[in-house]
Design a protein around this ligand. Structure first.
Ligand code: E4P
Length: 214
């Protein structure tokens, strides 16, 4: 399973990218809004940091408008993936864009049928939202597992990005359920890294090292 970072904050991206563990970035309108910067400028800067798929989302709800936006966003860099909401207009746009060879990430996926429709329309990626399903009392990782099984049985090559990850356990359950990618927020990367036994272990090794004759 590949790891992407789910943020539009370039400092966060630079820090986690320096660990050598991320292969792509996902953004969304809410994450962009948090930065208070020009959308295109932020996305361009992200493409200069990470050499991998960078998802940038369209705002229009009409397919023709989505395609227009997508064509503009695609000019930023060859790594741009167009994030499209899971609607009938979105599916039409995905079909058009896939004919033009433009990669898409269908977002706000909450059921296996939505994932299947997105894949049929030609989506490169689908993004099922694990955390938001858990928030309403469903089992987000169960959805990942259903989609993974369906794609596997039917030889569908659309990649599953496990999204809306809220904690390290979501990363583990997404990996076990068969997600191809997990897109992870900065704070969850930090939680994945740290363990109190690692810290106390380092402290003990360094303390013991003091008694080694020099
Ligand atoms: C997916 O690509 C979205 O950017 C993201 O994972 C949404 O997460 P949230 O539910 O925490 O907003």
């Amino acid at each position: 399973m590949k790891l992407f970072i789910d943020t539009a904050n370039v400092e966060e991206i630079k820090e986690i990218n320096s660990w050598g563990v991320i292969e792509g970035v996902t953004t969304n309108p809410s994450l962009i809004a948090k930065e208070g910067r020009d959308f295109v400028e932020v996305v361009k800067e992200i493409t200069s940091i990470v050499d991998g798929p960078i998802s940038a989302e369209v705002i229009s709800l009409n397919s023709d408008e989505m395609v227009k936006e997508a064509l503009e966003l695609s000019k930023i860099h060859s790594n741009i993936v167009i994030k499209i909401p899971m609607t009938s207009e979105g599916l039409k746009a995905v079909k058009e864009l896939s004919k033009k060879g433009i990669k898409t990430n269908v977002t706000l996926v909450f059921s296996a049928n939505q994932a299947l429709l997105a894949a049929k329309a030609g989506a490169t990626y689908v993004s099922p939202f694990v955390g938001r399903l858990d928030d309403i009392g469903h089992e987000g990782s169960h959805l990942i597992s259903e989609i993974a099984q369906i794609f596997d049985i039917h030889g569908i090559d659309t990649q599953i990005i496990s999204a809306s990850i809220r904690n390290p356990q979501h990363v583990i359950s997404s990996a076990i359920a068969g997600a191809h990618i997990a897109t992870i927020p900065y704070n969850v990367f930090k939680q994945m890294l740290n363990h109190p036994l690692t810290d106390s272990g380092i402290e003990r090794f360094l303390k013991d090292w003091e008694s080694v004759p020099k």
